[in-house]
Ligand binder design. Structure first.
Ligand SMILES: NC(=O)c1ccc[n+]([C@@H]2O[C@H](COP(=O)([O-])OP(=O)(O)OC[C@H]3O[C@@H](n4cnc5c(N)ncnc54)[C@H](OP(=O)(O)O)[C@@H]3O)[C@@H](O)[C@H]2O)c1
Length: 265
């Protein structure tokens, strides 16, 4: 951004662990004030206290369940009341989610869409106009390599992540010339709490180590990608190499494999 002393404020969803927490470390070290959002307030507060002390930045903690439809609007209202505007948005909160057909309760499906798509769209919708007025803004929507693979399986995680790529590409094409960059970041397998939290530890243990990346690699590459104006970015050399094959109209049918029980998130 502008001066070294004024880097603007970054809003990070899902900041209580994994990629979100790592984004918080990196953006704090770069001098940004932070707004940390997730459900676990104590974890957010511990991260906030440590980063505020280490980097002399302001950190605001907001506990919110983003699977609730009013949550993004409530978060933005709280920030408005505190006079905080957002220059940098990291839409990142996420879970593995229910099987689209086998989970018969539509309210469960709907909550999943609120968290995985609508909260992302709502924060983009809220912050972009003011970014355009200021002529500067950065948004990373954390998608996944799973969005690139038309695989049989739970029929939910890949599709919601694919929406984030479509949304990011469209927003980026519309606003990049006005100083606002939007990137869909597509990590492959990444060491975070995700697999343990979503009952996928057995799958994690059954996969080879070389397909796993550290959260720091994913986050640093994501921050570089949005700065360089990349609308979609596969993080990790392996996944960048594989991605063009996944997109090939000739090869996509090969990936329509039923991986139930061995799902890639
Ligand atoms: N790890 C991977 O291999 C991988 C690969 C590709 C993409 N991703 C994506 O990366 C993103 C971050 O995941 P991660 O790997 O860092 O996993 P993680 O360590 O489990 O972190 C998930 C974050 O999302 C938050 N969250 C979950 N449900 C929420 C809700 N209802 N409301 C608000 N916050 C919620 C969690 O906080 P609370 O529990 O405190 O609410 C936590 O901070 C996700 O979107 C995931 O799909 C991960």
């Amino acid at each position: 951004m502008t001066g070294a002393e004024n880097k603007g404020t970054a809003l990070i969803t899902g900041a209580s662990s994994g990629l979100g927490e790592t984004f918080a470390f990196e953006l704090a070290a770069a001098g940004h004030d932070l707004v940390l959002v997730a459900r676990r307030r104590e974890r957010l507060q511990a991260i906030a206290d440590s980063l505020a002390a280490r980097h002399s930045i302001k950190v605001t903690v907001i506990s919110a369940d983003l699977s609730e439809s009013h949550a993004p609007v409530d978060v933005m209202a709280e920030l408005g009341a505190k006079g905080i505007h957002i220059d940098y948005l990291i839409n990142n909160a996420g879970i593995a989610g229910p099987d689209f057909i086998e989970e018969r309760d539509w309210t469960v499906q709907r909550s999943y869409f609120e968290l995985m798509m609508i909260s992302y769209a709502a924060f983009c919708h809220a912050v972009i106009p003011a970014m355009l007025e200021r002529g500067w803004g950065r948004i990373i929507n954390v998608s996944s390599m799973a969005a690139r693979i038309p695989r049989a399986g739970d029929c939910n995680y890949g599709p919601v992540k694919a929406y984030l790529i479509a949304l990011s590409e469209s927003l980026h094409a519309t606003y990049r010339h006005r100083g606002v960059h939007i990137t869909a970041l597509c990590p492959g397998f990444t060491h975070t709490e995700f697999h343990e939290a979503n009952g996928l530890t057995t799958m994690k243990n059954a996969t080879p180590a070389f397909i796993w990346y550290g959260a720091e690699v994913v986050v640093r590459e994501g921050l570089r990608a949005v700065e360089r104006g990349r609308p979609v970015y596969a993080s990790g050399r392996l996944y960048r190499w594989v991605d063009p094959f996944l997109q090939s109209v000739w090869l996509r049918p090969l990936f329509r494999i039923n991986w139930r029980g061995g799902t890639t998130h």
